[in-house]
Write a protein that binds this ligand. Structure first.
Ligand SMILES: [Fe+2]
Length: 209
């Protein structure tokens, strides 16, 4: 049983449920990880049951090759595979909050080159996150030439299916913030900036080199 291959299983968070306080609260993290992610894992395993040839693929392969999927099962497989991938990615890109938090390393240089400086990037990303309509995610992702893009996805679509490799993401489904922030998505986005793990983001970017 693994995070990345059939039979898919839950992994513990890489930190305690309360580690992101006061920015993201303990109850939200418990429900989000233990209930929402668990449902996607259960449904993905169920959707893959009839397809041994797809069971042999890892999560990224499934999401990058939607054409390899069976016609009948593809919607359920893609939806739930996306739900598993996106949530694992989101939880892994967070860490205990800090008051000052900004990009580091080569990723920091690349952000400055493309967006002017970190503050400009942060403002643009925040604007785009506020614009995401309904349920979805916003990503900082890169193409095969290491060029950065701010990429919105709806529901549980992933940037992988669009040819991008993700660097960071914010989950903008209401379940990610409603318990603490209710309808104040702006408050949640401001809090999220404090808990982004820029060391892991920089490692994700390094995969491009
Ligand atoms: Fe979520």
């Amino acid at each position: 049983m693994s995070e990345n291959k059939y039979v898919f299983a839950m992994n513990d968070l890489p930190y305690e449920y309360n580690a992101l306080e006061p920015y993201i609260d303990t109850d939200t993290m418990k429900y989000h990880h233990d209930k929402h992610l668990n449902t996607y894992i259960t449904n993905l395993n169920k959707a893959l049951e009839p397809y041994p040839q797809i069971q042999a693929m890892d999560l990224e392969q499934i999401l990058k090759q939607p054409l390899a999927l069976p016609n009948v099962g593809s919607v359920a497989i893609m939806r739930n595979a996306g739900g598993v991938y996106n949530h694992n990615f989101f939880f892994n890109i967070l860490r205990a909050g800090r008051e000052e938090n900004a990009a580091v390393g080569n990723l920091s240089f690349r952000i400055e080159k493309q967006f002017g400086n970190f503050e400009k990037f942060k403002n643009l990303f925040t604007e785009e996150a506020l614009k995401v309509f309904g349920s979805g995610y916003l990503w900082l992702a890169m193409d095969s030439k290491c060029i950065l893009s701010i990429v919105p996805t709806t529901n549980q679509e992933t940037p992988l299916s669009m040819g991008f490799q993700p660097i960071i993401t914010i989950d903008l489904w209401e379940h990610a913030y409603y318990l603490k922030n209710q309808n104040r998505r702006n408050e949640y986005i401001d809090a999220w900036w404090h808990v982004v793990n820029w060391d892991i983001a920089n490692r994700n970017y390094a995969a491009c080199m």
